[in-house]
Design a protein around this ligand. Structure first.
Ligand SMILES: Nc1ncnc2c1ncn2[C@@H]1O[C@H](COP(=O)(O)OP(=O)(O)OP(=O)(O)O)[C@@H](O)[C@H]1O
Length: 248
């Protein structure tokens, strides 16, 4: 890895326990500008906890996280709001608001983050542009329940993109989707990276997704970053703990 690249997320020695369950045991991780970093690891190894620490949904016990040069443990509420508009988070379930139309789902972050774009009188052009970028402009007046699972994921991604974030965190973006729809989501993640130059952390168990999308892969084991490299490095590794992971 070229160390001269700009670091957009820096995680240093991160610890998090729930009671006597030690989940993160000193994770160190950097995300560089415009890269897709895939984080893999067994179920329950703390991948979701790690990215929740990045958006303030979980407070770590120890360690430092800096995002876009800001240390998270020193942020005011206002700073957090500003940072959240730069860090999109695509939850495992997609998580659209069921009672709101697609349009209202996409308007929601625009209204919540007025500090970024000011008051927007006509939100339609932005909503349409975000939907067009995921190929779903025709769903603007539908309700989430009228969309397939894959379409809901794409609308959720559009809702993230509408704030033009510099960083996107994807928590298992292809889980629960059929192989063709998974491939569409993976292609979309690649397209977003190329079009907007976003930097992303993608948590996935999906080997095909990791292969196609990753610039770099980090493997978490026992709450710590065990190894990292290109997909091919890890896929061809002789270390049984790594090889077991790729089910060869
Ligand atoms: N808020 C919480 N309170 C207590 N325990 C929690 C909490 N959040 C996560 N955990 C525990 O932390 C461990 C790691 O959870 P996490 O969701 O990060 O795993 P994961 O690696 O993302 O797993 P998966 O691949 O199955 O999604 C789990 O044992 C989980 O039960």
């Amino acid at each position: 890895m070229d160390n001269s690249r700009e670091t957009v997320v820096e995680i240093k020695n991160l610890y998090k326990s729930f009671g006597d369950h030690h989940v993160l045991n000193g994770v160190n991780l950097n995300l560089y500008k415009s890269e897709n970093l895939v984080v893999m690891g067994k179920s329950g190894t703390g991948k979701s906890v790690l990215i929740k620490c990045l958006v303030g949904l979980i407070t770590p016990d120890k360690g430092d996280v800096s995002i876009l040069g800001k240390k998270l443990n020193h942020l005011t509420t206002k700073d957090w709001d500003a940072l959240r508009s730069e860090v999109g988070f695509l939850f495992q379930g997609g998580a659209l608001y069921d009672s709101m139309s697609v349009r209202e789902n996409l308007e929601f972050p625009l209204r919540h983050h007025r500090e970024k774009f000011g008051v927007i009188k006509d939100t339609t052009p932005r909503v349409m542009a975000a939907l067009e970028s995921v190929g779903l402009a025709n769903t603007i007046d539908l309700m989430p329940k009228e969309l397939s699972g894959g379409m809901q994921k794409r609308v959720a991604l559009a809702r993230t993109l509408i704030l033009e974030p510099k960083i996107i965190l994807y928590d298992e973006p292809t889980t629960g989707l059929d192989p063709i729809t998974s491939r569409e989501i993976v292609e979309l993640i690649g397209k977003v990276q190329h079009t907007y130059g976003t930097s992303s952390i993608i948590i996935t168990h999906d080997i095909d997704c990791a292969k196609v999308i990753s610039d770099r892969v980090v493997l978490l084991l026992d709450g710590i970053n065990y190894t990292e490299g290109s997909f091919n490095d890890l896929y061809n590794a002789k270390d049984p703990r790594i090889a077991a992971f790729f089910k060869k």
